[in-house]
Design a binder for this molecule. Structure first.
Ligand SMILES: Nc1nc2c(ncn2[C@@H]2O[C@H](COP(=O)(O)OP(=O)(O)OP(=O)(O)O)[C@@H](O)[C@H]2O)c(=O)[nH]1
Ligand SMILES: [Zn+2]
Length: 198
């Protein structure tokens, strides 16, 4: 199976995480035995496994699972794919949108698979730059298209609720391969992801 079902949690890992989160709650000055917190270690253990489930997902397998022969050779753009990830430095969320395009070279993939590839790499401890490249590489290697473009815009909670405390900064990262290395193609992509066509 390409990805972990939401309800499936490894019992051993869940139990070990629960012990750790119980200790963390106490170390942070709380009473882990008070009513509202009794089930919290288990909830957090499951939530953390869910938001890091990307380690159990294989992006190439996801893309190959719906790969179709097709002669369409214009740009395919899936934009505004929401993403939630965890920064690997503070384990705090960063979240935003991914805009992805590819120009097929005989093969297309199911549109939902593009969004699943985003989840696959977002649901890990990440830096935005690496995630951007991982998404591009998975699509490039699996579909062998004429080019791939990935733009990610995200807000990092580690820059908002602590540290430098900037509430409005947005980080944009991008990666381009093949035809998208040409200015003309890249400009068309950037124009289309900012256009309000829907
Ligand atoms: N390049 C990059 N940096 C990130 C990302 N997520 C978080 N960071 C940064 O990682 C850096 C870690 O820096 P450190 O100085 O080791 O950590 P820190 O003392 O907590 O830093 P401050 O956040 O500035 O308080 C910070 O500048 C974060 O803003 C990311 O996706 N990409
Ligand atoms: Zn951080």
């Amino acid at each position: 199976m390409a990805y972990k079902k939401i309800e499936q949690y490894d019992e051993d890992i869940t139990n070990k995480l629960m012990e750790n989160y119980r200790s963390s709650i106490e170390l942070l000055g709380e009473d882990a035995n008070r009513e509202g917190l009794l089930k919290t270690p288990e909830r957090v253990a499951k939530a953390m496994q869910y938001i890091t489930a990307g380690y159990n997902m294989d992006a190439r397998e996801v893309l190959n699972s719906a790969k179709f022969h097709e002669s369409y050779s214009e740009m395919v753009i899936v934009k505004d794919i929401e993403l939630y990830s965890l920064c690997e430095h503070h384990m705090l969320p960063f979240f935003g949108k991914a805009h992805i395009a590819y120009i097929p070279n005989g093969w297309i993939t199911g549109l939902s698979k593009i969004a699943r590839v985003v989840d696959c790499f977002a649901r890990r401890l990440q830096v935005q730059e690496r995630m951007t490249h991982q998404i591009l590489d998975a699509i490039q290697e699996t579909l062998n298209p004429q080019g791939v473009a990935v733009v990610i815009e995200a807000k990092h909670l580690c820059m908002m609720m602590r540290g430098v405390q900037k509430q409005n900064s947005v980080t944009t990262t991008s990666a381009f391969s093949g035809q998208f290395e040409k200015n003309e193609t890249r400009s068309e992509f950037l124009k289309l992801i900012t256009a309000d066509l829907y």
